[in-house]
Design a protein around this ligand. Sequence first.
Ligand code: GAR
Length: 202
Amino acid sequence: MLKVGVLASGRGSNLQSIIDSIKAGVLKAEIKIVITDKAAAKALDRAEKYNIANSYINPKIYENKSDFEQAMIDLLEEHKVDLVVMAGFMRILSPYFVKHYRNRVMNIHPSLLPSFTGLHAQKQALDYGVKVAGCTVHFADEGMDTGPIILQATVPVMDDDTEETLSQRILEEEHRIYPKAIKLFSEGRLEVKDGKVLIINN
Ligand code: GAR
């Protein structure tokens, strides 16, 4: 069974969608460890509730980013994780981490990448005036919200949308496609070729 490690910084609703999908028997995987970089991350409470091992790693106690990331890698390795899932993890991974988990670390972002990377992607979309928005699951590389795209989903943008209403509409799609992407990985159906993801038997 696929062993997953989840990295999160906050609310953890995407973590919850993955837990729900596993509980429902749709996704055959096991979350071995949840790691956060924020002491107050709700993701920790969610992990606790389902008896999933969890750990807050305080980046401030490390001298540099490499040492912080090494602490995460040590924990992920201890739990023999096959796939690292960033679920609202608001940090850019270093080339070292990415190399260690090349094509084995996923991220979700609330925009149709490559548009609107970084913070407040939904507000960026509204400010730009796009008519269609959405979310993207991709293999993470060392850039900000970059790397081979696995799945995307679109939602319409309404004239009266606020950042909150659009974010909510996108979030529902995030919760649908993240477990789906992990399922494809668990079935060995994701192949990365020339920087692009091919879905086998799609
Ligand atoms: C989600 O909308 C996710 O796409 C976004 O943070 C939110 C986390 O929510 N991630 C990024 O913006 C990454 N650049 P959650 O903690 O409820 O899953």
